[in-house]
Design a protein around this ligand. Sequence first.
Ligand code: ZN
Length: 673
Amino acid sequence: MSDSNISDRLKSLRQKLNRHNHLYYVIHRPEISDQEYDVMFQELKDIESQNLELITIDSPTQRVGAEPIKDFKEASHPYPMLSLGNAFDDGEFLDWHQRTSGLLEQDEFRMVCELKYDGLAVALTYEEGVFVRGATRGNGVVGEDVTLNIRTIKSIPLVLDNRRPDKLEVRGEVFFPKSAFTRFNDARIASGLDPYSNPRNSAAGSLKQLDSRITAQRPLDIFIYGLGYAEPMVHSTHSEAMEYLGSLGFKTNPYNLTVETPQQVIKYYKDHLKIIESLDYDCDGVVIKVDRFDLQNHLGTVGREPRWAVAYKFPPNQSITRLLDIGVNVGRTGTINPYAVLDPVEVGGVIVKNATLHNEDYIRKRDLRIGDWVLIERAGEVIPKVVKVLEERRTGIEVEFHMPTRCPSCGQDIVTPYGEALSLCINASCSIQLVRRLEHFVSKNSMDVEGLGIKFVTVLVEKGLIDDVSDIYYLCDSDLLELDRMAQKSVTNLLEAIDSSKSRPFYRVITALGIPHVGVEVSELLTRKYGDIDALISSKEEELIVVPGIGPKIASSVHAYFRNETNLQIIEKLRKAGVILQDQGGHVNRELILSGLKFVVTGRMADLSRSKFEEKIKGLGGIVSGSVSSKTDFLVAGESPGSKFADAESLGIRILSELEFLELIESNLPVNN
Ligand SMILES: [Zn+2]
């Protein structure tokens, strides 16, 4: 290619990639497949790597992060980032509205309602349409320059088209999506790290990484909620400006709404309080803004708070109530789990009657006594928990709790395995455990048998039609017709649903077995490693332990499960019934892009210890060895590499820096040497 062809091609690739990026991350309407995107991205990277001088800061390749920095520079805000006054109930909001209309000398004025995201406020500056600076709020006047980290957030445009003003500053809230947060924490736990406490903290932690390559691996997202300034300024209202920013490619929130009356605001508040649980980001209220900029200016600010906006906060996620009793239920593995019976109380807009107490240790550590006043918290979709006891409210009539000595279902003795915090019913024919196991077996993530809910599962067990989970495949017409209120039609439907569950993917069958500590993700790992039930049954504990993502606890649990005669009989019955017990393929092994490739790692890595780094390679299907030979495919060299570097060079082995390696796996393309 000639020089001008190269720069044309680069330009066109960047334009296309930026456009598809917007379609995918901002409006969630992709037009091309991930593979097509990856191919274009790879081409761009290839051309850039041969023409380093042509790399621009707005190139999509620059989202992968850059070399770590020592410290963040200060970033002062030309216009301060204000904080908002709060209203905690309808009355306080109506007070604000009345005050505002008094100052404006008009009864009604248009307002915009927006959700108040619980993340980190940032200001993004664009000059001549190019993203040049990202700053945190800091104290409102001076924040920190986190440009490199902001650049890795894929829903932020790096370039704007010609409709943009010469200078532009937009403001938004960076957040960690709730779903991604759960996965992120699972991965942290699996690799022995402490989980983050909530999405907001992990968004903050990610945004304040000195090494933007780490930020690049976090799925941060943003909602733009306002204009900092624009030169020239052409819009006269907030709602127009927001619509314009959306058209420039910024991600704005679909729930923004323009309203005329305070009653409409209250309705917006009530309607949205009902849906916040279901959103993939945390919100703690509604922000109400006066729409017209001239009215905003007229109202001005008091201290750091604008008079033209108010945050109407959602009810807190904590409440205080009485612990009326402690109950116990029996889990599918026989664990006896205590739970709190509470005096019903509203927490974050929902009535809470029960809270989890995990085990006896949990109760002892908090010194919970029946009759105590307790602080309850609901966080995200998690079951409510008891945060602490209000000891100062004790009157002396509170009663200590003792775990029952017999199973509440079957009456047999409860045992506590040595060194463990749990209590168990080990009676194999304990009927409530069978109900729970069957409930798990037919659930959505397992065999997904439609129409088989908890009530019916209980009836099947109580009527003695089920002795173990595999028995559902041996039910017949006459069994079911004898049950109360079962018509031929529903019997036929149910039997069909049961029959069609036989062809669920193999990993779902593993999940369905209910092996302790083995959920969907571990089941997928086991499927990849072993492929069918017989290989899994004869797996050895020492070979399970070394599978990335499977620690000693899981390995021993899997091993013990397949050494149990009853479990093996269940599997034989499943096999006879025609349940598919081998991997039929079909699930995408995106993660195994290094499959079969041989790696040697040398030197010091920036963000991971050597052993964690090697685990990462193994987790992607690669093989790690200690010394370089002619069979080695890649040497990954960190800082101060040793003699292996020279060995690899002399043998002509491909050498990757840590960053190149990370880019390689970030691209998610299968790697060939
Ligand atoms: Zn029992």
